[in-house]
Ligand binder design. Structure first.
Ligand SMILES: Cc1cc2nc3c(=O)[nH]c(=O)nc-3n(C[C@H](O)[C@H](O)[C@H](O)COP(=O)(O)O)c2cc1C
Length: 384
């Protein structure tokens, strides 16, 4: 627990047990599930926490309440890592009203069998809830990243409660820099919804904000421009860092040899940053994060039973599913009798916006030879 401001207290929890966050993300430094209390004439609680942390969260609440009882539970997001304890909270604090929007309560009924009809406060865009000194204005943020998400601006302390936006992987009791795990989190969880993040920014961009209180990761209190700038880049699918990612798969090492040679040539050609990732062994979410971070991408894979290798297929799907765009892509294919991987990979991007393709395709027939070496040198020149 800690004070965000004089009246706003952090009452969230850290989770170091979670094996795969949201069922797919490896989170070596765990996760935090954030919840906040506004202690004013009235007491308001922002969101609950994951089901496994009811007792710890209740203990934090009681400590923060210091003998008072809550008047409101504000539900900004219904995903179970935040909403799992709504019913427990409602039972423990029967006087508290549940604040949500028109999309919140039907989802609540689905998860808990009740929508607390007699205790609802249904809010709309721009409506304000006063707790006394604090005026809480609600900002709808549909599909950032669920339909019912809303965020809240406290006009008094100028605090922006940002739901899942501005969150990151990693518990709060682990010291780590923000950008990498926030980028992997954003691209993975919010990446598909860039246009909705842009719509949200159009609404809140002019607000004076002293701190951002997300539902995961640290409360952001300094240099807020840095975070807003990154979200602007990420949500508009722009290149954040100049460089070239080589994402590859290789069964017996020949495609890998081609990739290693290509990485060398790229560096010789003055490429500012070369990132190489083995899609079968490296963290897939990290590879996806890198593909969105840098401006150029080389996909290198084996032809595999007349198709492409499974990890490459999965990787490309992660990109196209998140509206991967505004990038340049090059291909390295391997095939021992009928190489066709480059054609298949290129076709996967036919609906993607503003993608340019390198003129050179590297075709390795089983193992690198003089011909494919020359193609590798040519591709490096195009993709540096
Ligand atoms: C299970 C399996 C299936 C393959 N299917 C094809 C194929 O359909 N067409 C083809 O030209 N090569 C095929 N290959 C050969 C690979 O594309 C590639 O030439 C070979 O694995 C050497 O590359 P590597 O050392 O990077 O794995 C296959 C390889 C494996 C292991």
């Amino acid at each position: 627990m800690f004070k965000v401001t004089e009246d706003i207290i952090y009452v969230g929890v850290n989770d170091h047990e979670v094996d795969l966050f949201e069922g797919q993300y490896d989170v070596p430094n765990g996760m935090s599930y954030n919840s906040y209390v506004v202690l004013d004439e009235k007491v308001a609680v922002f969101d609950t926490v994951d089901a496994h942390f009811k007792d710890e969260w209740f203990a934090n609440l009681e400590e923060a309440f210091a003998g008072r009882t809550p008047d409101y539970l504000i539900v900004q997001h219904m995903e179970p890592d935040h909403a799992a304890n709504i019913a427990n909270f409602a039972e423990k604090y029967p006087e508290a009203k549940i604040v949500g929007n028109a999309k919140t309560f039907p989802m609540m009924k689905q998860f808990f069998g009740t929508d607390f009809a007699d205790r609802q406060i249904v809010v709309k865009e721009g409506e304000t809830l006063s707790t006394g000194k604090h005026n809480l204005t609600f900002v709808m943020a549909p599909m950032v990243h669920w339909p019912e998400v809303m965020m809240t601006y406290d006009t008094t302390d100028k605090i922006f409660f940002s739901a899942d936006a501005f969150g990151k992987f990693g518990a709060l009791d682990v010291e780590e820099e923000w950008d990498c795990e926030a980028r992997r989190y954003y691209i993975g969880i919010v990446g598909k919804y860039g246009p909705m993040v842009q719509k949200l920014f159009a609404k809140v961009g002019s607000l004076e904000i002293n701190a951002i209180c997300p539902l995961h990761g640290p409360v952001l209190t300094e240099n807020l421009g840095h975070y807003l700038n990154l979200y602007t880049i990420w949500s508009s699918y722009q290149v954040e860092t100049e460089g070239t990612v080589i994402a590859y798969t290789s069964v017996y090492g020949n495609t890998k040899k081609a990739v290693e040679l290509l990485a060398e040539k790229l560096t010789e050609e003055g490429c500012p940053k070369v990132v190489v990732t083995d899609l079968a062994r490296d963290d897939m979410a990290e590879a996806v994060e890198d593909a969105f971070r840098y401006g150029k991408l080389i996909l290198a894979t084996t032809t595999y039973n007349g198709d492409i290798f499974p990890f490459m297929k999965e990787f490309i799907n992660h990109l196209t599913e998140r509206s991967y765009q505004n990038r340049k892509i090059g291909f390295v294919e391997n095939g021992s009798w009928a190489p066709m991987a480059a054609k298949i990979m290129k076709a996967a991007f036919e609906k993607s916006k503003n993608i340019t393709f390198a003129d050179t395709t590297v075709t390795v027939r089983s193992a690198v030879n003089e011909e494919s070496e020359a193609q590798i040198a040519a591709l490096a020149k195009e993709m540096k």
